[in-house]
Design a binder for this molecule. Structure first.
Ligand code: 5GP
Ligand code: ZN
Length: 136
């Protein structure tokens, strides 16, 4: 898609440190790494998020699993462990509107979410305020 930064990376029009790729997916190092290993996996096909996935994306999802394993092994984090996460839509904090999955590792990553994030559906308003009050 025109004006999509990840489409441009997939097409090779914008440089990126590609660490793995196949017919359906490309994996490259995140430009602002949040862990010693921080690799982003994208489908070559423009898909906005997991909220837009259809059966046409099946080949990508298969490639994703194989690629995650391959990169985790190549980066030496398959045994020590790693985190796989995907931000989707406004509440998910998605910044780039082309489906992507982060592979993070190389150090203990701590809890999945910051402790002050509430679990109620109103998190960000009442839920997070209540949670924050409980944390010294
Ligand atoms: P999101 O917050 O949407 O889940 O993640 C987008 C990620 O893409 C961010 O971690 C950001 O650092 C990364 N990113 C954004 N633009 C570029 C780019 O041009 N090159 C690379 N390698 N990573 C990018
Ligand atoms: Zn795109």
């Amino acid at each position: 898609m025109a004006d999509c930064i990840f489409c441009k990376i997939a097409a090779g029009d914008i440089p990126a440190q590609v660490v793995w790729q196949d017919e359906h997916a490309v994996a490259f190092r995140d430009i602002r790494p949040q862990a010693p290993v921080h690799v982003v996996f994208i489908p070559r096909r423009h898909v906005v998020s997991f909220a837009h996935v259809t059966s046409a994306d099946g080949p990508f999802l298969g490639s994703l699993g194989v690629g995650l394993r391959a990169v985790a092994e190549a980066e030496g984090i398959a045994e020590t462990g790693f985190r796989v996460l995907s931000n989707n839509g406004p509440h998910g904090g998605q910044e780039v509107a082309h489906l992507h999955v982060h592979l993070l590792g190389g150090r203990p990553l701590g809890p999945m979410l910051r402790q002050e994030v509430g679990v109620s559906r109103s998190a960000g308003t009442r839920g997070s305020d209540e949670a924050r009050r409980r944390i010294p």
